[in-house]
Design a protein around this ligand. Structure first.
Ligand SMILES: [Zn+2]
Length: 271
């Protein structure tokens, strides 16, 4: 198993335990805090090939979604646009699944901002769910990985936006089961371990093209290459390599953009 899938497995286990322990202690961990901890730990892991960036100087209320991930090697990259949602321990539902971006009656829903961005930029829109479940029968019902059942790997799961849309509608059930009964809702480590088609340029045993998308190879934008950043691996004052987002890569009809960017450069990793 690669160090990358191990890292994602450890983040999922921690998320599962953190949400459960916070609930037992009487407070709720927000999805933003959890995502920030993930960014910190991706940075801390100091794995070759992981590069993280933070969008600079943008109005927080206008951010469309949480993360952008670039996965790939050489001239073959996939871009994911990712929105995180936490399972509320109080209600057992994803309470903030329906959420407007901005204020006022005309404010678009987050899911539409994400969808619009993905269409404009030809990225793959995903939901990332942060979970803890008291009922382990429910957990087994939501296990869509080909590998042996592993409870805490459900701490962080992914589902493609088009599958989430049905449950997103007002009045639809927003429980873990409702969002995980489709086979395409998987633990996030599966991206790097066990799900989909092998990455063509890296051969068997490598990471996977998930979610049944036919992926057209694309280049990594210059501003995300190692050459674009001096002192790779050093955390400068003020954040995770805070950068201005080049407009040609962050233009969309509804004006959303990611707050954080993570690059996973497989060429620099061992599988
Ligand atoms: Zn899997």
């Amino acid at each position: 198993m690669s160090a990358l899938s191990e890292l994602f497995e450890s983040l999922a286990t921690r998320t599962w335990n953190d949400i459960g322990d916070a609930d037992r202690l009487g407070f709720a961990m927000g999805e933003t805090s959890i995502t920030d901890f993930h960014m910190r730990d991706l940075f801390r892991a100091k794995l070759r090939g992981i590069r993280i960036r933070q969008a600079k100087g943008l109005d927080e209320a206008r951010f469309g979604f949480d993360w952008e991930w670039w996965l790939g090697a050489r001239d073959s990259w996939i871009r994911y646009s990712v929105q995180a949602k936490k399972l509320s321990q109080g209600t057992g539902k994803y309470d903030s699944l329906r959420q407007p971006v901005g204020k006022g009656p005309g404010a678009p829903q987050q899911i539409d901002v994400l969808d619009s961005f993905a269409q404009s930029q030809n990225s793959i829109p995903l939901y990332c769910f942060y979970n803890h479940l008291k009922n382990h029968v429910t957990a087994r019902d939501g296990w869509n990985c080909h590998c042996e059942f592993d409870l805490t790997q459900l701490g962080c799961t992914l589902a493609p936006l088009h599958e989430v849309r049905v449950q997103h509608k007002a009045g639809e059930t927003k429980t873990f089961t409702a969002l995980h009964y489709k086979k395409s809702a998987i633990p996030w480590r599966c991206l790097f371990k066990c799900w989909g088609l092998p990455w063509p340029s890296l051969g068997p045993g490598g990471p996977f093209y998930p979610f049944d998308y036919v992926v057209r190879p694309r280049r990594l934008p210059q501003f995300l290459t190692p050459e674009a950043t001096e002192n790779e691996g050093e955390l400068p004052a003020g954040g995770y390599h805070a950068i201005e987002l080049p407009s040609q890569y962050y233009d969309s009809q509804l004006g959303g953009y990611p707050k954080r960017i993570a690059v996973f450069d497989f060429e620099q990793m061992e599988f």
